[in-house]
Design a protein around this ligand. Structure first.
Ligand SMILES: [Cu+2]
Length: 244
């Protein structure tokens, strides 16, 4: 088919087309684009948050912008993101854009696609959002501990014509291994977990909180986006009396 196509072109227009492709290849992918740029700032740092209840003891976490989950990044399909990630942790980090087709240098894999972001440093990620969907961002540096301490957030890419709904809701699910003091158990990467397919926690949260009730109006049409940020837990959700 390809040959037929080339045969159908005059030699001159074929060369012009080939030249245009070669010219683009010398530029980074985003430089060739005219999509609008959306800017975001993420600061990874230690903090404390109420996982259990709003009056109780705060849990010491590592988080983006002081929140668990980190701020929702929401763009339209085809837009360019420029995300400045500041590392306020005492150790190196990176950000990986889970599920997104990004240029290799933006993929956040330390020592492979980038130098890890040192404490106190900022790294600018820039890429286009080629596909609509529900994604999330998280470190790719010592991931099990950095994610396990709360570093993750939702990344929503809206399609041009989304389904008609009354509400678009994101649930980021996680399970934490908490001590009686409400603090995170330090035993990351222990041999038992490693040999049993991961770290299962004892406290499940939805959007960083133990949730009792999610209110919905009768007949309401909800688009529910689910993100599993847990290290090893598989969630089997039941919607009693509803038809998801
Ligand atoms: Cu991931």
């Amino acid at each position: 088919m390809q040959n037929t196509f080339i045969d159908g072109l005059s030699r001159r227009s074929f060369l012009a087309a080939a030249g245009a492709v070669a010219g683009m290849a010398t530029m980074p992918a985003w430089a060739a684009s005219s999509s609008p740029v959306r800017r975001f700032d993420l600061a990874a740092a230690p903090g404390a948050t109420h996982l259990i209840d709003s009056d109780g003891t705060k849990t010491n976490v590592w988080s983006y912008n002081g929140r668990v989950p980190g701020p929702e990044i929401r763009v339209r399909q085809g837009e360019r993101l420029r995300v400045a990630v500041r590392n306020g942790l005492a150790e190196e980090t990176t950000v990986h854009w889970h599920g997104l087709r990004v240029p290799n240098a933006m993929d956040g894999v330390p020592h492979l696609t980038q130098k890890p972001i040192a404490p106190g440093e900022t790294f600018i990620y820039e890429f286009e959002a080629p596909d609509a969907g529900t994604y999330w961002y998280h470190p790719h540096q010592r991931s099990s501990e950095q994610i396990g301490r709360g570093l993750y957030g939702p990344l929503i890419i809206e399609e041009p014509n989304p389904p008609k709904v009354d509400r678009d809701v994101t649930w980021v699910l996680d399970d934490w291994r908490l001590l009686k003091t409400a603090q995170i158990s330090d035993d990351f990467g222990n041999r038992h977990d490693m040999s049993h397919a991961g770290r299962i926690g004892n406290t499940v949260t939805v959007n960083g909180r133990i949730t009792d009730v999610f209110e919905a109006r009768a007949g309401e049409r909800i688009r529910l986006r689910l993100i599993n940020a847990a290290n090893a837990r598989v969630f089997g959700l039941e919607f009693e009396g509803h038809s998801p």
